[in-house]
Design a protein around this ligand. Sequence first.
Ligand code: F6P
Length: 542
Amino acid sequence: MSNTSPLTSLPAWRALESHFAKVQKVHLRDLFAQDAQRGTRLVLDCLGIYFDYSKNRITDETLKLLFQLARESHLRERIDGMFAGEKINITENRAVLHIALRTPRGKSIIVDGEDVVPQVHAVLDKMSVFAEKIRGGSWLGHTGKAIRNIVNVGIGGSDLGPVMAYEALRHFSQRNLIFRFVSNIDGTDFVEATRDLEPEETLFIISSKTFTTQETMTNAHTAREWALRKLKDPVAIAKHFVAVSTNAEKVSAFGIDTANMFGFWDWVGGRYSMDSAIGLSTMIAIGPDSFRDMLAGFHEMDEHFRTTPFEQNMPVLMGLLGVWYNCFFRAQTVAVLPYEQYLKRFPAYLQQLTMESNGKSITLSGKPVDYETGPIYWGEPGTNGQHSFYQLIHQGTKLIPCDIIAFAQALNPLGRHRDMLLANTLAQAEALAFGKTSEQVKAEGTPEWLVPHRTFEGNRPTNVLLLERLTPNSLGKLIALYEHIVFTQGVIWQIDSFDQWGVELGKVLAQKILAELENKSEPMHDSSTNSLIARYQKLKEK
Ligand code: F6P
């Protein structure tokens, strides 16, 4: 990093500033009118993804400068550094090697003198054996009944990936198994997830990288009590609890036999772990072969990111477009709009991936940034969002770049549904870009006073990603795409995308307040917090 000048003093950044002043008002209508080929020229068609970026507020010059910015930021060297296992998570002195989780057998990546690829495959093999036992009904519970219910207990990266992947790949899941996910410390989460389950047929997967997270450990203990209330004998734990963690000592202290533990490594960040053993519930749901197919999709995108020139590199391009809106247009958010019901949890998953990674304001050299970093990610599946918040995207005062994701083939073909879904997808991208002028509105005979209300300014940018079909493989590619977008942006912004110190303070204060709420110590806070504590205690006694 020391060889990179501060971002705002890079020549490409300066050039982008003056370029922005010239093009910020240019309308997509004009860009398309000037170039009949724009819609076929500004696309990438690779890895089974048709990526149309023509409806972005960019010119050829914008792209040239953004690629130059990537070069001046040493993006290529940083990518090589990550793939080589360098300790690029500098604040935690760790390598960042989620890409190793999907590296094929036989290749090698050395970390601290050890090849990690055989270790990855040893865990995958162990997971496969276990998953097949559950799927085939040969893993029996304490009373001899087969496992039918799988409850993943975890939070953050140990929950969002498993939930998202289960929902996304439900079509490929073994339907006689029931999957539930418990994350929140709110007891309701556990109670509702287990109320109709039979302990004799239930397996808990306690998923926690550290095995110290308050929510997960509390829910895990509650799960143990719940199971033992029926199963009585603590020996039963071995048949009904497995752990996914990097912390064998804590797993064993909890009472789970480490033979039933699936490990991973400190070079896998929580939010980058859904394809590690944290994906055990996913593997049980879809089977080891489909899980490996998902890993193959990840790996294809990894290789594309690692080897493709920036101009044709999908994550690099999408990452740079994000920087363009975030830093120059000052767009505060990005909407992710999957036109695929199975991807309903994808925006929530991306929130942790993107915001925990790039929600930083200190550079790698310890200085406060003087530019915008990570945007807010949010979204809902189309078409539901259209009848909710799209109004603001179309006619509000905020610029919201949108990522629209769609699949040509329905997993559940039903009459005209898919054509109607895709018609909406494409119509939204068109409407957002081109809007409707006041002349067009008037020509429809609209009364004069109503014209401004019915006019759409347009010029709202979209990325459209069109794929053939949602499969484990295409899901793997999509997730890796966003992982590498995050990486690209983190490099440009010169931040550490792989730590998360910002979540610590709240955790520490919660421990202190918990003791106070339980009257173990006197509240010692600001006047607001003190009186909220007092009011809570009064209300709870009522
Ligand atoms: O609090 C944030 C965090 O550390 C996330 O980064 C992580 O995914 C989550 O907590 C859960 O951590 P663990 O897997 O160690 O329980």
